[in-house]
Design a protein around this ligand. Structure first.
Ligand SMILES: NC(=O)c1ccc[n+]([C@@H]2O[C@H](COP(=O)([O-])OP(=O)(O)OC[C@H]3O[C@@H](n4cnc5c(N)ncnc54)[C@H](O)[C@@H]3O)[C@@H](O)[C@H]2O)c1
Length: 393
């Protein structure tokens, strides 16, 4: 067992800066270096935390012996930096989305698995911090305990990701096909797409609609509606937008044993007196209602500080030589949902999963090559408090 995990942070913007502050205060962590392609940012952070600065990840990984690296660069670079780290026998905690495309997510997994053969103590985790939130852990526990029985519908209206034009103008990479490969689905919704597949698995068919720059001056999607069909007959809905205020965050899971609703962090369960599927077959009167009991399910786990929980877990996994709580290899499902939704919306047709890896990539390349969008960039000083508002509900 190691006393401290030697870690570096790559990408010290809003998110990486917060990770750096948290890691620097953790007992079981030795902050070994910082890295950002913006040299001034890297140097300022290096001075603040008394560690060396690097201006590119490859040089950092070649020069500094590390146990792990926390990647908080814009999305496309997650794959490049992670594969480089695995090649050096360094564990990775990647920000979400783990990768923009299924091919990149699979490539990262392959690089990890190959490197793990040489370095069995290597780990690959992802900042899907919402998986450590009390409400979502309870939903997962109830599904796994069979409390809902067979699930017939899963619907998530997740429109409380409101973003202003100033947000989109604050970074050159934001909301562009070349810079991040998508909009609300790729930037704000990776958490929700990951949770969706964590709760109910992957659909077999996706039909979706997406509006590109409908309310904001951006070239990517700011409003999406997707319909999912599952092999077992379950249907799903996923509705998101960055242009609703007030927005809604309501997950409904309808099972034969009742309806579980999560809204504003609270969980409500309408528990059926018997299986709805049995009742609809067995009831003798045409309109015989099925009684249910209305319950509020207590939520006990943490609802804040979840990034810190994942960082602490990653460092502890390295120290203790045990797998981290969140396995980044599952990030491929989030990418697959994103890619299938956008492909269906852009092609205006239903698509079957698994989607061929090349299909969405080709579409993305077309969008990148055909882009005539002129990005307006405005400099904003984003304070730590401001940045927290980007993910706090
Ligand atoms: N988990 C969450 O709740 C959460 C919240 C916000 C952002 N994020 C994720 O964090 C990542 C960064 O987002 P942000 O809002 O901090 O962006 P940002 O623009 O504020 O910061 C990105 C930083 O990375 C640097 N950078 C770019 N390419 C680099 C490279 N190849 N090597 C080293 N540094 C590089 C930039 O100079 C910048 O300082 C994104 O993938 C985003 O999805 C996650």
């Amino acid at each position: 067992m190691k006393i401290k995990a030697r870690l570096a942070v790559v990408g010290i913007g809003g998110m990486g800066g917060q990770h750096l502050r948290e890691l620097a205060a953790m007992e079981g962590v030795e902050l070994a270096a910082v890295c950002d392609v913006d040299g001034a940012k890297a140097d300022a952070a290096a001075e603040k935390y008394s560690v060396p600065a690097y201006h590119d990840a490859r040089t950092l990984l070649a020069a500094v012996p590390l146990d792990g690296v926390v990647i908080a660069t814009p999305h496309y670079d997650h794959a490049t930096v992670a594969s480089e780290a695995f090649g050096r026998g360094v564990s990775v905690l990647s920000e979400k989305p783990v990768a923009v495309t299924v091919r990149d997510a699979r490539g990262m997994t392959a690089a990890y698995e190959a490197a793990k053969k040489l370095h069995p103590e290597l780990f690959f985790s992802a900042m899907f911090q919402q998986r450590t939130q009390g409400n979502w852990m309870k939903v997962k526990e109830m599904i796994e305990a069979g409390e809902l029985g067979r699930i017939v519908r899963a619907s998530w209206i997740i429109t409380d990701w409101f973003r202003t034009q100033a947000y989109y103008d604050s970074g050159g990479w934001r909301a562009t096909w070349s810079g991040e490969g998508g909009g609300v689905l790729m930037n704000q919704c990776p958490h929700n797409l990951d949770l969706f597949q964590w709760f109910v698995g992957m659909p077999s068919r996706v039909t979706a609609f997406a509006s590109l720059g409908k309310y904001h001056n951006i070239e990517v999607e700011d409003e999406v509606t997707a319909y999912f069909e599952y092999e077992n007959g379950m249907v799903g809905h996923f509705i998101t937008s960055t242009a609703e205020a007030p927005g809604t965050n309501r997950l409904e899971l309808v099972g034969e044993h009742g309806k579980l609703v999560c809204e504003k962090g609270r969980l409500f369960f309408s528990k059926n007196a018997k299986s709805m599927l049995a009742h609809l077959r067995e009831a003798t009167a045409p309109w015989e209602p099925l009684p249910c009991e209305e319950l509020e399910i207590p939520v006990t786990g943490p609802m804040t500080g979840n990034h810190r929980i994942v960082l602490e877990d990653f460092a502890a996994a390295i120290r203790e030589g045990r797998p981290p709580r969140i396995d980044a290899r599952e990030g491929v499902n989030m990418a697959a949902l994103d890619n299938a939704i956008m492909y269906s919306a852009l092609e205006k047709r239903t698509v079957a999963l698994p989607l061929s890896e090349g299909a969405f990539e080709e579409k993305l390349r077309e969008l990148q090559a055909g882009s005539r969008f002129v990005k307006v960039q405005r400099k904003f000083d984003v304070s730590a408090d401001d940045f927290e508002r980007s993910y706090k509900k």
